[in-house]
Design a protein around this ligand. Structure first.
Ligand code: NAD
Ligand code: MG
Length: 339
């Protein structure tokens, strides 16, 4: 079983007198910066000169510096720019501004695990990875709750990496939900696997094929959208709240019987497991990371064309039309979240 930490295990006081530089003001960046500030921490945001986020961060009451200035200013430097640009930003603007005893932080292990960033031995390297989108990290904090986090320590020359990491987790509200101890290696590999096999890759493919099967059989695309896509959230919310048992309790016995007989036909056990293991192997041996790094160096041709093809898929166009009439803004919606 993994070690779990809660607010009682975290001492926010460990951040007293420490300057925290948050690099990036996107989904996670704005949430960490604002939550930490409201928890009483000394925060500054590091951005590119001319970034459109500069004014937004200042308007939210935060001090803003260039990335290099913020990294120099900070005792703690949390890198919250996109994973695929982190190595370059680190090399150009952060590395030379780190001092012995500083804490370099991440919200995902990719660049440390795959050695795209190799920090000096005299800085602590810590991960606090919220298990939810940044806008939820913000909205839950505002409501007195928090998104659970992972903590991992890669380097600990000061011996204080856990104290600082746990205090940071408390500062963003994560300790209210629980902080699970892991390693950079495990976090990176399980995170990539989860999003590829189940959460993003698996779910999108499943919904798309369900939608297409109904439409190709002559049913209305709107009908297919409701059945195979819209209802996904309602089902997942039940599982999230009370496990599969609560979902099964809430659906009809007919639906539950169909789950048992047809689920394994849709995802044949041996073949699906074999494919999942192959995806995991590519993550573990660095093949996936290598391809993604190369894709970014080569102008993202495959990535961009895949995104364009998906945007034209009827499940997206029909869905956009239907959603216009569904007023269901919630805390996972960046446009309606309080930030
Ligand atoms: P994001 O894309 O929402 O924001 C990234 C920010 O970095 C943007 O404000 C962008 O303008 C800025 N940026 C890009 N290039 C830059 C540069 N060269 N110099 C300065 N700023 C630059 O990213 P995010 O989703 O907040 O992800 C940040 C980190 O958090 C990543 O490591 C990610 O894996 C991790 N994470 C994200 C989530 C999530 O759900 N979004 C969850 C957990 C962890
Ligand atoms: Mg510094």
């Amino acid at each position: 079983m993994a070690n779990m930490f809660y607010e009682k295990d975290c001492d926010l006081g460990k951040l007293d007198g420490k300057k925290i530089a948050i690099i990036g003001y996107g989904s996670q960046g704005h949430a960490h910066a604002l939550n930490l500030k409201e928890s009483g921490c000394d925060v500054c945001v590091g951005l590119r000169a001319g970034s459109k986020n500069w004014a937004a961060a200042e308007k939210a009451g935060l001090q803003v510096k260039t990335v290099a200035e913020a990294a120099k200013w900070g005792d703690i430097v949390m890198i919250l720019v996109n994973d695929e640009v982190q190595a370059e930003v680190y090399k150009k603007e952060i590395a030379s501004n780190l001092e012995a005893g500083n804490t370099l932080m991440f919200a995902h292990g990719f660049n440390i695990h795959y050695k795209q960033i190799v920090p000096p031995k005299d800085v602590d390297v810590v991960m606090i990875a919220p298990k939810g989108p940044g806008h939820t990290v913000r909205s839950t904090y505002v409501n007195g709750k928090g998104v659970p986090c992972l903590i991992a320590v890669e380097q600990n020359p000061t011996g204080k990496a856990y104290d600082v990491g746990l205090a940071y987790a408390a500062g963003i509200g994560g300790a209210r939900g629980g902080v699970m101890e892991t390693t950079f290696d495990d976090e990176t590999e399980t995170d990539l696997f989860g999003e590829q096999a189940v959460l993003c890759g698996g779910v999108v493919e499943l919904m798309k094929m369900g939608f297409e099967t109904l439409v190709e059989a002559g049913y209305a695309p709107e009908n297919a959208y409701f059945e195979c896509i819209h209802e996904m959230k309602l089902i997942i919310d039940l599982i999230n709240k009370g496990g599969v048992a609560m979902m099964n309790y809430s659906i009809s016995d007919t639906a539950e019987y169909g789950e048992y007989v047809s689920g394994p036909r849709i995802l044949p056990y041996d073949e699906t497991k074999k494919n999942m293991k192959a995806v995991l192997t590519d993550i573990q041996n660095g093949k996936f990371a290598g391809k993604w790094i190369a894709e970014n160096k080569n102008g993202r041709t495959f990535f961009n064309s895949s995104r364009a093809i998906l945007a034209k898929h009827p499940m997206e166009t029909v869905g956009a039309e239907l959603r216009r009439n569904m007023l269901w803004g919630d805390d996972t919606d960046p446009d309606t979240a309080s930030n």
